[in-house]
Ligand binder design. Structure first.
Ligand code: SF4
Length: 292
């Protein structure tokens, strides 16, 4: 719960504010860029919501914040913001909101599919919270949980238990120790069904994997994201915990695939044509090879 007494001085006066507990995860700035900004190491409110739509986005950011660092002076009806998650990105793919502090605010996604197509897939895990669990249940529950790597698993046990959903994770990221129902080994591509391809991408962690859905949506965990500053696809050397050369090779391997969306755990989402994505990815690989 945000504390008015800990309100950051960088906030403009008014109803919405961020307090000192902000961990700079970037979620609020992505969800509600018209209200929140990065003032250097943390977020703050630079402009109070000026319309109902902006207020809804600010309240969604408040719900999504992993550390409950966003507060309001006045009480708000949050029902519309609660109902907005999972929040549609495109087709049948949504952002779950409700990020978890244990995964440093990593984003998780829900792919909604009929049972005849294999059912819904939860990609990485959000915070386990009743409003979201009810919304996911109403959308048909979860048939499979894909976990890209060890850092973004949040409340995976609770989601697996709630929806009786098998979890898929790589053995090199501790899948056996964590009790995963399906353990990926080695570097071979795994076809979960006709639309879902699991691609091991060691580098950020030893057992990192990405998930390709319908040759359109690439769920990238912490392997690849859009960099809004350079306007390029990027991997982040400073948070590569295992091996940069391995991550570079893994990135090069992705050039064999076509996709239009990059949906990361951390970093920004990007959408473009498959050809443009290929060019951006090629540039990213070149840049990685030049980075030690
Ligand atoms: S969502 Fe919360 S923790 Fe993340 S940057 Fe915003 S205020 Fe900080």
């Amino acid at each position: 719960m945000a504390q008015p007494s800990r309100r950051l001085p960088e906030n403009v006066p008014g109803d919405f504010y961020v307090d000192e507990s902000c961990i700079d995860c970037d979620a609020c700035r992505q969800i509600s860029p018209e209200t929140f900004r990065d003032h250097g190491g943390q977020s703050s409110v630079y402009q109070q919501p000026a319309s109902d739509a902006q207020e809804l986005r600010a309240l969604m950011a408040l719900l999504a914040c992993p550390t409950a660092s966003i507060g309001t002076v006045h009480k708000h009806d949050t029902r519309a913001a609660v109902a907005a998650f999972p929040s549609l990105i495109a087709d049948n793919v949504s952002f779950c909101g409700y990020t978890a502090e244990s995964s440093f605010g990593a984003w998780s996604y829900l792919i909604e599919r009929p049972a005849s197509d294999g059912g819904n897939v939860l990609v990485d895990c959000p915070r386990f919270t009743s409003p979201l669990v009810r919304r996911i249940a109403a959308a048909g529950g979860v048939s499979t949980i894909f976990l890209s790597h060890r850092d973004d698993i949040a409340d995976h046990q609770k989601y697996a238990a709630e929806f009786h959903a098998p979890r898929i994770m790589h053995e090199d990221d501790g899948a056996r120790r964590l009790g995963m129902e399906r353990v990926v080994t080695g570097r071979a591509i795994l076809e979960l069904d006709r639309d879902l391809l699991v691609i091991p991408t060691p580098g950020h962690t030893r057992g990192h994997m990405v998930l390709l859905y319908k040759n359109k949506f690439l769920f990238t965990g912490d392997h690849l994201a859009w960099d809004p500053d350079s306007h390029e696809l990027a991997a982040f050397r400073e948070v590569c915990w295992y091996s940069w050369p391995e991550q570079t090779r893994s990135m090069e391997r992705l050039l064999e695939y076509r996709f239009e969306w990059v949906l990361p755990g951390h970093g920004r989402i990007h959408h473009d044509s498959a050809d443009a994505m290929h060019n951006l990815l090629s540039k990213c690989v070149r840049h990685m090879k030049q980075t030690r």
